[in-house]
Design a protein around this ligand. Structure first.
Ligand code: AN7
Length: 359
């Protein structure tokens, strides 16, 4: 038998790749579903229009359950196993529940998910169903659901895996590590949608840690974007009835509010609102011009960057990264709501040619 050189990449899985910077012990199960190692895809049209030196989309939509939540969940659930938990619970606008359900199955835990009734995207509900989670649809908002699960976790033997669980934030900070490792340094600007504000908190922690360790020469300005109908941090007050097409970030009282404000202020950044129209326009452009199919909440980061440019922000010579937090396939209803012409034809060549307008 001839021996061949196998080009084996060093691991991209975050628990192994960044284990030295995570709260891992020799009892932490190093189970992976393939999370992390997501690509930075360069913009082909929006970058030029905004006059940036470079614009990248970090496709967190390519994680195993289709959202960034997997980075935090792989750690939160591994730590729950380490602590001998037998069940996990979360409140969710959809992606957290999909991720919790998947990682719970992998570790043989029970998953309980509480979601606002009729307010989560279909694909996310489908994920929770197929992974066998116990699902409660609550007649209330995400914020109501989060209040309930926080109380439940103090009364019952079940681990809370919302981002109030610090292991979630620790896992998610690896997204920042990857950006620096890929680009050689932090970008000048990091654009990110803000809902419960766990992810902006995690990215800032990650960039700050790498800066302290001198693995990065700079830290980015953190530019967070909320939907205008669900913009408590921008307004400076909770929103009782948050409303937006971006159901993932329909959140009126974010758990990590204070940490998000700190990330904004310590980085010299900003947290602003974008309208549903701006979100949907960015959503459509991302798919039609950049080949990036994301969910509406993810498009808020790009909508925000475009709006900042329109309002006079000087982007020339700068590098920006937009976090594409979730996959477009999760929310087919929004995709099918985009105006499109779909032609009909009989099942023969001539009819298809006619339908295409070629004869
Ligand atoms: C695609 O799943 O809150 O500011 O319960 O699914 O860290 O909350 C999801 C949030 C952005 C906002 N983009 O992140 C949940 C949930 C997508 C999301 C956010 C979410 P955070």
């Amino acid at each position: 038998m001839t021996s061949r050189a196998v080009r084996k990449p060093s691991t991209r899985f975050i628990l192994e790749r960044y284990g030295d910077l995570l709260p891992i012990t020799d009892r932490t199960p190093m189970v992976s579903l393939g999370e992390g190692g997501t690509p930075l895809v360069r913009s082909r049209s929006i970058e030029r229009e905004l006059g940036l030196k470079a614009l990248y989309f970090k496709l967190e939509s390519m994680n195993p359950t289709g959202s960034f939540k997997d980075r935090g969940m792989v750690l939160a659930i591994a730590k729950a196993v380490e602590d001998r938990a037998e069940a996990v619970i979360c409140a969710s606008t959809g992606n957290t529940s999909a991720s919790a359900a998947a990682y719970a199955v992998r570790h043989g835990l029970k998953a309980y998910v509480i979601v606002p009734d009729g307010q989560i995207a279909m694909g996310k509900l489908a994920q929770a169903i197929v992974h066998g989670a116990t699902i409660v649809q609550l007649a209330g908002s995400f914020d109501d659901a989060l209040n309930v699960v926080r109380e439940i976790a103090t009364r019952h033997p079940v681990a809370l895996v919302n981002s109030v669980n610090q292991h979630r934030i620790e896992g998610q900070k690896t997204g920042a590590f990857e950006i620096v490792d890929d680009l050689g340094d932090a970008p000048e600007i990091l654009c990110i949608p803000v809902g419960n504000a766990g992810n902006i908190t995690a990215y800032w922690r990650g960039f700050s840690e790498y800066y302290r360790l001198e693995r990065a020469g700079q830290r980015p300005q953190m530019w967070g974007f909320q939907a205008a109908g669900a913009a408590p941090i921008v307004n400076g007050a909770p929103v009782e009835h948050p409303e937006t097409v971006a159901s993932a970030i329909r959140i009126g009282n974010p758990a990590s509010w204070q940490q998000a404000v700190e990330a904004r202020d310590d980085s010299g950044g900003r947290i602003r609102a974008v309208t549903d129209e701006e979100i949907l326009e960015a959503y459509r452009r991302l798919a039609a011009e950049e080949a990036v199919f994301c969910e509406p909440a993810s498009a808020a980061s790009v909508a925000g960057l475009i709006r900042q440019h329109r309002e006079g922000a000087d982007l020339s010579g700068k590098t920006a990264v937009c976090i594409i937090t979730g996959n477009g396939l999760k929310d087919p209803d929004t995709a099918l709501g985009i105006a499109a012409t779909i032609h009909r034809a009989e099942s023969d060549l001539a009819s298809v040619e006619r339908a295409l307008g070629w004869v």
